[in-house]
Design a protein around this ligand. Structure first.
Ligand SMILES: C[S@@+](CC[C@H](N)C(=O)[O-])C[C@H]1O[C@@H](n2cnc3c(N)ncnc32)[C@H](O)[C@@H]1O
Length: 341
């Protein structure tokens, strides 16, 4: 095979020259032999301090990274390639794709391509309906791989077992959970309303010096997986879970918390009447709302007004955009601090 042969001390200069002249063979790796190196080339070339030789040995092949596009280019038109899903949500070993309706008849082939090119994935599903209902669950359809909708997701030092259809979970809000955890101080008693399979309680317990975290979840399946996750992460001395409606449970608790998370962006603010009496003076609330970018400031004022009317005045410390759902639409967290007086 045609190669350029040079001393190791010249290797960098010769490699640069070969690249500049565009004659380096794209499929093979260079081979070192004692103080010399052979660069595989596509055509003869003159470079000072090196010699062109015809080697008797074969060069090692550079492993090719096969892409989804490589696998699909024969079965999809150029137009179809352009509308392939650009972002994928990965939950544990399951990839969740949003496949456009126009590609429905090719969805299995597309899913197989994603499965082949992502070695950590066991199953590819497509979203067949958005999150809905009081439990905020969604339907997915398995397109390729193992026939399972249950998986274990790793984030922020914890493992979360969950079933994609039976409980709400979004891998995309992992950094927001950590942001909240990082605010919790030593000894804090924290409440997570709408706790689902317990990602917030566990991430806070694992990543903060808080004393305890109580999670309350209405969906029995969410509570079931939450309890399983507390065991899985061995955090039973810090995380406690209750199944039921926060509206009924909170007034009966007769307890105040240093910090309360309200991760139910559709309607969380309608629960402020039961939340506010449970916050210690000077305590924090993290309230989530879906909003257009022009509504963030006015909503902060509305929340502030509502808390004042309920006789628990707050200061809006931060307005954090923590997820974008469509152009101009965000999941926003309002960090509220209950005034001391
Ligand atoms: C958007 S999900 C958030 C789940 C979880 N915190 C997470 O981040 O993955 C909202 C959760 O609130 C629960 N939920 C809705 N209404 C509730 C209520 N009145 N009391 C307790 N939980 C409720 C739903 O079942 C759902 O699991």
């Amino acid at each position: 095979m045609l190669a350029v042969f040079t001393e190791l001390k010249n290797a960098q200069r010769v490699r640069k020259e070969l690249s500049k002249k565009d004659v380096m063979h794209p499929d093979f790796r260079a081979v070192k032999e004692l103080d010399y190196i052979y660069f595989p080339i596509t055509k003869s070339v003159k470079i000072p301090g090196s010699k062109v030789v015809n080697t008797k040995f074969e060069f090692p092949l550079i492993p090719k990274v096969v892409t989804v596009e490589d696998l699909l280019k024969k079965s999809l038109t150029k137009k179809e390639m352009e509308i392939l899903p650009q972002s994928q949500e990965i939950v544990g070993k399951i990839m969740v794709l949003e496949i456009p309706e126009t590609l429905k008849n090719k969805e299995k082939q597309i899913a197989e391509a994603y499965l082949k090119t992502h070695i950590h994935i066991d199953t590819v599903v497509k979203k067949s309906a958005i999150h809905s209902g009081i439990y905020r669950t969604r339907k997915v359809k398995i397109l390729a791989g193992k026939k399972s909708k249950e998986t274990i997701h790793h984030e922020n030092g914890i493992n979360l077992k969950l079933h994609l259809e039976l409980v709400y979970f979004s891998a995309r809000t992992g950094s927001e959970r950590l942001r909240v955890a990082k605010q919790a101080k030593k000894g804090e008693e924290i409440l997570v309303m709408f706790s689902g399979c317990a990602p917030f309680p566990l991430v806070i317990a694992k990543n903060s010096p808080a004393k305890s975290v109580l999670g309350i979840e209405l969906n029995p399946s969410g509570h079931f997986y939450g309890a399983e996750n507390v065991r899985l992460n061995k955090l039973g001395d810090k995380v406690f879970l209750k199944q039921g409606d926060v509206r009924e449970i909170l007034p009966k608790l007769k307890k105040k918390f240093d910090r309360i998370c309200m991760p139910l962006p559709k309607t969380a603010e309608t629960f402020l009447d039961v939340t506010l009496p449970c916050v210690k003076k000077g305590g924090m609330i993290h309230l989530y709302v879906f909003l257009g970018k022009d509504q963030i400031d006015s909503t902060a004022k509305l929340i502030s007004k509502k808390c004042k009317e309920l006789r628990y005045p707050v200061r809006v410390l931060r307005k954090i955009k923590c997820g974008q759902y469509s152009p101009g639409w965000y999941r926003v967290c309002f960090d509220l601090k209950l005034k001391e007086k």
